[in-house]
Design a protein around this ligand. Structure first.
Ligand code: WT7
Length: 652
């Protein structure tokens, strides 16, 4: 287990308070009977078939699950359409006037979209995509800010059976081109720009730079958001308002096989090349709808706000598909929490009377740092349930969230899951589970998880090890796009027949799961997933750099922060100007989420005799911890020279 995980454990051990569900909450909870766990464990297929039963099917499935590890097929033989489930179903039931999204732009402009509005715009967009040549099975890349056209484009693709890949608007042109090339997308949907922190992100310009390095994209559909001047290619580029606006709001949903590919979402692994995680139709929808309904206890009068970006899996599953399948009224906010001031989120909670809020620990720690005066300016009594996701939440942040944001009355659901899992897997059920601050508690009903040692043997309660999922679940990834070997190798080879998440975990004496962070070369920076190798290869692509080693250093706000050891050609210290240039170089190559916080120039990097960089040692140096075993070092003087260099480490 990594040394930083051990430190986290010691901190956790100091927090012993438990929080039982408030009685009034439990009495009307969507999941209130603790028997649900046993029932689901005894009849996993029956449990999930029941969840799938609440969806609208075009053709019933003949078999719940076909499992030939590591390949799953759920709801075999069935057909449905996800956009029909998310939209038409509610409109037909007379709920067309219900608000689907209260949308708020960063500058303060707002839009309200009812289920009828969303259905109409989705049908127009689906027709527009067809007019651009998109057919069932063709991939569509989506590179948009957090505006209503983003869920519309996703739903439109789902309507016609075109798998989409959303690329987070903060990614660089280079990152976008890599994803377009891997997915071989035929159409790109983007915008002129988006608002962020009072400034404008030049999305269309980035998109054009990306397209200079791709060959598959035939048409670009461009939303007018900021109305700035943009580069334009006649014959290829089309304005959304002109094309989509001219379409008929009538496009019957295509019935799709349960296993039809819904989307690809690229995420970082342990190499420089992101993986295209494949998610399919029916199992995914059943999984996200059931978890969303039970974990967030969604009721008709709730106003639900998941503050993630739709560009990450959290937004796919819990802003778009889960909530819409449940007919939820949601909030979408385009910008940053500190524009124009640090109380923006709380003014949104007050304005829309948000009752369920779902966000990341890094946001909570930022709000802690800013101080309680910002939430205290607003009436937040509408809140009744809080959620956390993306990284371990430290007990201190948990308690602050509970007290200051939740007024001491809202249960907290700390939800563990990943891009690969599609849906939440380890989580409290707010009407049933007694929570412990910092623990994600127990696997969701119908989900089986274990903590195992190096040999794959289950670790007794009280012990720590590797988190594995031992039975298939409906929203699980179906593979890595065009890379089956990597799929088998990454997730299924270490502990055959079981899904290896890449996280360390411990179970306490009561069986509660405590997540302890990644055990591989994946970092979590503000909850964003970035691989050390991705940043290293960006650094070495700069002409001044000979070698680079990147590690995640513990950070009180962002969880981890990127710390880069860089050896320059010629071995010199590059000083502040080069340090700045290298940071910008990484931003250009990957995106601003990957900007190194600290760059340290070192004459050499510590290596084993076989030439492998000793990252563990670097992690200890960066975290200021005592060094472990250094006997495998090829040259022991290197450590001293790095320590000597630490004075020139530069922070932002
Ligand atoms: C990694 C997956 C799933 C939504 C966003 C992240 C970490 C996620 C928790 C949690 C501790 C968590 C894990 C996991 N993680 N949720 N509640 N407690 N760690 O998706 O980008 O695919 O990252 O996020 O390390 O492996 P992702």
């Amino acid at each position: 287990m990594a040394a930083d995980a051990k430190t986290a454990l010691e901190t956790l051990a100091q927090e012993h308070r438990t929080f039982a569900p408030p009685k009034a909450f439990a009495a009307r909870a969507n999941a209130g009977d603790p028997g649900i766990y046993d029932r689901a464990a005894k009849d996993l297929e029956g449990f999930w078939a029941e969840q799938a039963g609440s969806l609208a099917w075009r053709k019933p499935f003949s078999k719940v699950l076909e499992w030939e590890a590591p390949y799953a097929r759920w709801f075999v033989g069935g057909e449905l359409n996800i956009s029909e489930n998310c939209l038409d179903r509610h409109v037909k039931a007379g709920r067309g006037a219900r608000v689907a999204y209260h949308w708020e732009g960063e500058p303060g402009d707002t839009r309200t979209l009812t289920y009828q509005d969303l259905l109409d715009e989705t049908q127009r967009c689906a027709n527009a995509l067809r007019s651009l040549g998109v057919r069932k099975g063709d991939r569509v890349a989506i590179y948009l800010p957090m505006i209503p056209e983003l869920p519309v484009a996703m739903l439109a693709c789902a309507r016609i059976g075109a798998p989409f890949t959303v690329v987070f608007g903060g990614f660089s042109a280079e990152a976008l081109s890599g994803r377009i090339n891997d997915s071989e997308a035929k159409v790109l949907v983007t915008a002129d720009g988006g608002y962020r922190k009072g400034g404008v992100v030049p999305l269309k310009k980035n998109a054009d730079d990306a397209l200079a390095q791709t060959r598959t994209v035939e048409k670009v559909l461009v939303v007018r958001r900021t109305k700035q001047e943009v580069p334009w290619t006649d014959g290829r580029d089309v304005w959304w308002d002109q094309l989509v606006g001219a379409q008929k709001a009538d496009c019957p949903p295509e019935p799709l096989d349960s296993e039809h590919m819904l989307y690809l979402l690229y995420t970082s692994g342990t190499t420089a090349k992101p993986k295209g995680i494949v998610h399919t139709t029916a199992g995914y929808l059943a999984g996200v709808a059931a978890t969303h309904r039970m974990i967030f206890d969604i009721k008709d009068d709730d106003v639900y706000w998941c503050a993630a970006d739709i560009g990450w899996v959290t937004g796919h599953s819990y802003i778009v598909f889960g909530p819409l399948a449940n007919g939820t009224t949601g909030v979408i906010y385009e910008g940053t929490p500190d524009f124009p001031d640090r109380d923006r989120w709380w003014s949104i909670v007050e304005k829309y009377r948000v009752s369920v809020l779902y966000c990341a620990p890094t946001a909570i720690r930022t709000f802690m740092k800013w101080g309680p005066e910002y939430p205290r300016k607003h009436d937040m009594r509408s809140l009744r349930l809080l959620g956390s996701v993306g990284e371990p939440i430290n007990p201190e942040a948990w308690l602050w969230y509970h007290e200051v944001i939740g007024g001491g009355r809202c249960p907290i659901v700390d939800t563990w899951w990943m891009t690969e899992t599609g849906m939440i897997l380890i989580t409290p059920l707010p009407g049933i589970t007694t929570t412990k601050p910092g623990s994600a508690t127990f696997p969701f009903p119908g989900v089986a998880a274990d903590v195992v040692d190096e040999e794959g043997k289950s670790v007794a309660l009280g012990g720590a090890g590797y988190l594995v999922i031992t039975r298939p679940w409906p929203a699980m990834m179906r593979g890595i796009y065009k890379d089956d070997a990597r799929y088998r190798d990454t997730y299924w080879s270490r502990f055959p027949g079981r899904f290896f998440a890449g996280d360390g975990a411990r179970r306490d004496a009561d069986g509660y799961f405590w997540l302890m962070g990644r055990v591989d070369d994946v970092m979590k920076i503000s909850g964003h997933r970035i691989s050390t190798t991705e940043v290293e290869s960006a650094l070495v692509s700069h002409s001044a750099v000979a070698e680079a080693a990147v590690i995640g250093r513990e950070d009180p706000v962002t969880g981890q922060a990127i710390f880069a050891f860089v050896t320059l050609r010629g071995g010199k210290d590059g000083g502040e100007p080069l340090s700045r240039e290298l940071r910008e170089h990484v931003v250009r190559t990957i995106g601003s989420i990957a900007r190194p916080k600290t760059i340290m120039f070192t004459p050499e990097l510590p290596k084993t005799r076989s030439g492998k960089i000793m990252r563990r040692l670097l992690r200890d140096i960066a975290n200021g911890q005592p060094l472990g075993d250094t006997t495998t070092l090829a040259d022991t003087t290197v450590v001293e020279s790095i320590r000597g260099a630490s004075a020139s480490g530069r922070d932002d």
